[in-house]
Ligand binder design. Structure first.
Ligand code: ZN
Length: 451
């Protein structure tokens, strides 16, 4: 089962080379479901039905999906899984194209904290969105994705960088990151060349394309690897693996009830009768601190939850009661032990690939887990027959963070930080264990099914 789930994940990632494409891929998947999913517009009034399936998109790259519960919110609270749609990497600058010695290069900015050296010698391309003036003279937008390898950051030969294996590859961020796109003749103007390329790809006249958000992505598809194909590798595992797991758990109609026995009674549309309101919240901008109109530190999720309450005639006391009853799983990837670098890990908190989801703890609350939420998650793992592991970062290394502490602080709800173990976080080519993906889907399904 895990193998098919991971193949589905790799297809999901390969169809989603930018956060804007992640939302498009999810929307396409919703359209294939037997239950109808309705897109809600934030500028319109919402009418919600118990058991109804809805989603809201903010600025094309953050999405909140929910299945309205059968019972009043104050009785059940919200069951939320949060994750992020963005990954660290390179983004194209506004005046991107320049010519140097007959070569056209694109200037880039660093988005978040990628391992820059991993971007060298890869078959890179571009994906994102453009904003343009349409025939009615309105500002419209369109996603754009170049399929073929378009760009490259060639390494310097070892003959010119003799110390690279001793010192590591260091790239000067301003001058050594521009990506090679083409050779240019004397008459060709770089900016014109680049806007004509966008025109060719989108069918929109270059004079009408006013701006863009373009991410650099790796065209190499995901693969299984290892003697028994027990591992997999792709870009953006952090954090599309968590988005994918949560989405599969939400869409799965085989949720069993808390007793682990019979399913809830069927409702119209072929789904199951589900008591509580289940939510998946996938945010852009986690890698740069979450502070934006669509980030986890913005108003998106609180706005959606509040509007669910308003649309179901929940008064403000009952809304507060609902939040007090709610729980959020903040799902983001964890650092798997790599035996070549034993000193990078706390020796008592090595987490291993293919040994199950990781509960992440940090006394300084870089992760939102505490003893009660950790115990609850461990219990759901046991109910789902899934192994789990516990992670704590080395005390002498600064610990990363997630959307967990931010979101639980904003909403005042109990939360846990969990994630599957992976290697090479923030490399353009990350890898993880096949079994863990299936484990994570199972425990998330259990979480959604628990009364
Ligand atoms: Zn992450």
């Amino acid at each position: 089962m895990s193998k098919e789930q991971v193949q589905d994940l790799l297809d999901f990632i390969d169809a989603s080379p930018s956060p804007w494409h992640v939302v498009q891929t999810i929307e396409a998947q919703l359209a294939t479901q037997t239950s109808a999913w309705q897109r809600l517009d934030e500028t319109a009034k919402w009418t919600l039905q118990p058991g109804g399936r809805y989603y809201v998109v903010r600025d094309d790259s953050s999405i909140v999906l929910f299945i309205q519960g059968q019972k009043p919110l104050a009785e059940t609270g919200f069951k939320i899984i949060g994750a992020h749609t963005d990954s660290p990497g390179l983004r194209i600058k506004p005046n991107a194209a320049s010519s140097t010695d007959g070569l056209l290069r694109l200037g880039v900015e660093i988005y978040g904290g990628p391992i820059l050296a991993t971007f060298t010698d890869r078959d890179l391309s571009l994906a994102g969105r453009i904003a343009y003036k349409n025939d009615q003279d309105q500002i419209a937008r369109m996603l754009v994705k170049f399929d073929q390898p378009l760009l490259r950051l060639p390494n310097l030969a070892i003959h010119m960088n003799r110390a690279v294996n001793e010192d590591g590859l260091k790239l000067q961020k301003q001058v050594e990151l521009p990506l090679i796109l083409s050779t240019l003749t004397e008459e060709q103007l770089p900016l014109v060349f680049f806007s004509e390329l966008l025109q060719q790809q989108t069918g929109i006249a270059s004079s009408r394309i006013l701006s863009w958000d373009l991410a650099v992505y790796d065209t190499q598809k995901g693969v299984f690897w290892g003697a028994e194909n027990e591992f997999y590798a792709d870009s953006q595992l952090d954090n599309l693996a968590s988005c994918h797991a949560a989405l599969q758990a939400l869409l799965d109609n085989d949720c069993m009830d808390a007793e682990g026995g019979a399913t809830h009674g069927a409702i119209a549309g072929g789904g199951l009768q589900l008591d509580s309101t289940r939510v998946c919240a996938f945010f852009d901008h986690e890698e740069i601190g979450s502070e934006s109109n669509k980030g986890a530190d913005g108003s998106f999720l609180p706005d959606v939850l509040q509007r669910i309450a308003l649309a179901t005639a929940t008064d403000s006391e009952d809304y507060a009661r609902a939040l007090a009853k709610s729980f959020m799983i903040s799902a983001d990837m964890a650092h798997a032990y790599q035996p070549n670098f034993p000193n990078a890990y706390d020796p008592d908190h090595k987490v291993t690939v293919n040994k199950g989801p990781v509960i992440k703890s940090n006394a300084n609350h870089r992760y939102s887990s505490e003893s009660v939420s950790a115990a609850m998650f461990a219990d759901w793992c046991e109910q789902a027959g899934v192994p789990y592991q516990k992670y704590s970062h080395r005390c002498d290394l600064p610990c990363g963070s997630t959307i967990g502490p931010i979101t639980s602080a904003k909403l005042g709800i109990r939360s846990i930080d969990v994630g599957n173990p992976m290697w090479a976080m923030h490399s353009i080519r990350e890898s993880a264990g096949v079994l863990d993906h299936g484990y994570m889907i199972s425990v998330m399904k259990r979480f959604f099914a628990v009364r």
